[in-house]
Design a protein around this ligand. Structure first.
Ligand code: PLP
Length: 379
């Protein structure tokens, strides 16, 4: 058993600031039986929905041949499918090979000066800063459960003469949420910034009232030239392997990017996904998956709050940050969950900006959630 733990530690140290993927764990340590992957943050019902469509439309009909053999459409053509789904002009849509590609494109090509980044955060935002752009950390406060207080953030930006800002809503790794009302105020107050990067990769899991409608800021794109909205499809649609994402931004920036590259950056199966994204029937079924998953996530998180040795931070995403408050370390507990129970959670010991021992636990299907809950209760 200790051998397994050692191998796991080795693998983890090789994968930098992201967790080793479930595939690399299974490949390197075949002795481990992973039953539940609660590290990856996706809606499993949406994956199943996509797979059903994929099999019916591409596999059963044999159309998959053409998807593999031929070039996919170019970036600006795929943008039109997305436009149909979200009602934003295709000229403002930069389609990406995963949202991460768009984040990299913006940071490397457009930004200069200082970029404020609330931490803890999704690490790519500071890892991609180099040469022309300096990452300035804004520490979220433990006593505020790492929620972003926009008034204080505004003051910080002004005091430090910062010209670019990142906001992730809901935030990763803690899931704290900012209302669209407050975001509007922030955008209005910071028209002078060069860029505001608003990452809405988890917005489908958030809602502001019992209708559970999601509240994207996408319609503000036409009002704020400095606004960049980042949208990954990996988590909400459960298709990280396809690499689908897009950025909404001022059309000048989109055409600048497309003049210099990114022509065929989206593969054929990803293109197929984006045609579904503009398909009414698919979207209606997806909406049912989304709500079902949110309801089950709520139930699961309520269960977790009953456990005495952990502190569950408030979240409007599909995961929770859990603080271990009985003196055990996140290294110890995450290894134990994996080796003894086959449950893989995100050990946050490497996340900068977190003060304490934290695990990030994603909600999965109802049955998987129950396995996670029972394992944690036993521990
Ligand atoms: C996962 C994630 C991304 C990147 O998603 P991909 O589309 O898979 O590249 C971007 N931002 C945040 C906050 C994420 O958690």
């Amino acid at each position: 058993m200790n051998v397994i733990k050692e191998k796991f530690e080795n693998l983890k140290s090789k994968s930098g600031s992201h967790s080793p993927s479930i595939n690399s764990i299974l490949k390197e340590i075949p002795e481990i039986q992973i039953e539940v992957d609660a590290c990856f943050l996706s809606n499993p019902y949406a994956t199943q929905l996509f797979l059903d469509y994929f099999k019916n439309d591409l596999i059963k009909t044999g159309k998959i041949d053409r998807v593999l053999e031929f070039y996919p459409s170019q970036n600006n053509v795929i943008a039109k499918s997305i436009s149909k789904s979200i009602g934003i002009d295709a000229k403002n849509i930069f389609v990406c090979n995963g949202a991460i590609e768009g984040i990299q494109a913006v940071i490397h090509n457009l930004l200069h000066g200082k970029l404020s980044i609330p931490i803890p955060t999704f690490s790519s935002y500071y890892e991609y800063c180099h040469k022309n752009i300096e990452a300035i950390y804004y520490n979220l406060k433990k006593e505020e459960d790492y929620a972003l207080n926009l008034k204080n953030y505004s003051a910080f930006i002004k005091e430090n003469k910062i010209n670019n800002a990142v906001i992730i809503n809901p935030n990763n790794p803690n899931g704290s949420y900012i209302s669209s009302e407050d975001l509007k105020e922030f955008l209005e107050e910071h028209r002078d910034l060069d860029a505001i990067i608003l990452d809405e990769s988890f917005i489908h899991f958030a809602y502001e009232n019992s209708s559970m409608r999601l509240k994207s800021m996408q319609n503000s794109i036409s009002d704020y030239k400095n606004l960049f909205i980042v949208k990954s499809m990996s988590k909400d649609f459960g298709i990280a392997g396809l690499r689908c994402g897009y950025l909404l931004m001022n059309e000048e920036y989109v055409s600048q990017f497309l003049r210099n590259g990114y022509l065929w950056n989206v593969n054929g199966i990803a293109e197929y996904f984006f045609t579904l994204y503009g398909n009414e029937k698919f979207l209606k079924e997806y909406e049912d998956c989304r709500k079902k998953y949110i309801m089950e996530t709520l139930f699961f998180v309520n269960q977790l709050t009953e456990l005495k040795n952990i502190n569950v931070l408030p979240s409007k995403a599909n995961f929770v940050l859990v603080e271990l408050i009985d003196g055990r370390t996140s290294d110890e507990v995450s290894a134990k969950l994996l080796v003894d129970h086959g449950i893989y959670v995100r050990n946050c010991s490497d996340k900068i900006g977190l003060d304490g021992q934290y695990l990030r636990i994603a909600a999965r299907s109802f049955d998987e959630n129950q396995k996670i809950f029972r394992a944690l209760a036993q521990l």
